[in-house]
Design a protein. Structure first.
Length: 149
């Protein structure tokens, strides 16, 4: 049926803006991808060529907020800082965002999943929600300014 053909995906055609005097081999050389570990400057990239960009890790998609308690303030003397993080984040994502956001060298990360707890206020019963927190150890002599003075 011609009606169903409307929903089919059509193959994309590759089009390059090429001057008439260039040969196919010269075109392929211009569009070659860099080898592993190599990077290209923007001046080396030809017109019509796709460039792979790094995926940005945003701080709000990893770190929720700093976890501030008396215990945590004592840990700052040992160069350890505690943040609440989203439940699906892993150690590598936490390390990248803290290094990018605060400009410090992260030595180690420990993750704690705090379970939900039953709470009662008079007759009403409820649950305190669960959360995930990360304890980040940074290099000696570096600091993270969590609360501006």
């Amino acid at each position: 049926m011609p009606l169903l053909d409307f929903f089919k995906k059509k193959p994309k055609e590759k089009k390059l803006a090429v001057p008439k005097d260039q040969t196919r081999k010269e075109i392929k050389k211009a569009v070659e991808k860099p080898k592993k570990g190599e990077t290209r400057k923007t001046s080396e990239i030809k017109e019509g060529q796709k460039v792979k960009r790094k995926k940005a890790t945003f701080s709000y998609s990893v770190l929720k907020s700093p976890h501030i308690t008396e215990k945590v303030t004592d840990l700052t003397k040992k160069n350890q800082y505690v943040f609440r993080v989203w439940p699906k984040t892993n150690k590598t994502a936490i390390k990248k965002t803290t290094e990018d956001l605060y400009g410090v060298d992260v030595l180690s990360i420990r993750i704690v999943n705090v379970p939900e707890k039953k709470r009662r206020l008079g007759k009403s019963k409820g649950w305190r929600p669960s959360y995930k927190k990360a304890i980040i150890t940074i290099k000696e002599g570096q600091k993270i300014e969590i609360l501006p003075r």
